[in-house]
Design a protein around this ligand. Structure first.
Ligand SMILES: Cc1cc2nc3c(=O)[nH]c(=O)nc-3n(C[C@H](O)[C@H](O)[C@H](O)COP(=O)(O)O)c2cc1C
Length: 179
């Protein structure tokens, strides 16, 4: 899981992460973190991953077992609305800033939590991680509605094919010329 992923995200850029993993591992590799378009799936493969793994985009689908406000907040938000903090559970993760605001905190001025004290929401006085403070990755800026999951998958497939065609048209003529 690279930086920008929903939930307990990694810290490293996918460029750095994949190139280092590929130095010692040539087996099946899934990349996740801020992937929400067909072009991003193609990019994950270009970086050296075999598969793209998508989380947040599927929360904003009709079948997802999330409250409507969460789904709509994902549709209304983009990367600038995501904060990376360890305050919520003690482990660093990415969350929707508006959900933190709704819980009465300023997402742009959060203190740092003591990492030895993980808290997954057991304290009734505090807003509950995941239930009231909503996890989300940075890739959601391209989401415009809350479709059935099948429609999202079909869109991703269409975009993937279009991005691949565009890449071939853009890059292959140069390769052919250089040969
Ligand atoms: C609300 C939420 C909860 C998650 N919980 C877990 C979890 O319990 N275990 C886990 O391995 N990954 C968890 N993830 C991470 C996802 O499995 C996935 O790696 C991540 O969502 C991919 O990044 P993306 O959301 O930007 O697509 C969670 C993600 C979200 C958004």
């Amino acid at each position: 899981m690279a930086a920008g992923a929903g939930g307990h995200a990694g810290f490293q850029s996918p460029f750095a992460l994949i190139q280092e993993i590929r130095e010692w591992f040539d087996g099946p590799l899934l990349l996740s973190g801020a992937i929400a378009s067909g072009r991003a799936i193609l990019s994950a493969q270009t970086l050296g991953a075999d598969l793209a793994y998508i989380g947040s985009a599927f929360i904003a689908t009709q079948e997802a077992n999330a409250v409507e406000g969460y789904k709509q907040m994902i549709v209304d938000s983009s990367a600038k609305d995501i904060v990376h903090t360890n305050l919520i559970t003690g482990v660093h993760g990415n969350y929707l800033k508006p959900s933190i605001r709704n819980a009465g905190m300023d997402p742009d001025a959060l203190p740092t939590s003591d990492p030895t004290k993980m808290d997954f929401g057991s304290d009734r006085q505090k807003p509950k991680a995941w239930k009231e403070i909503w996890g989300c990755g940075q890739g959601i800026g391209v989401l415009r509605d809350v479709p059935p999951a099948g429609e999202l998958v079909a869109r991703l497939a269409r975009e993937y094919d279009a991005a691949r065609r565009e890449w071939v048209q853009r890059v292959l003529p140069e390769v052919a010329q250089a040969a």
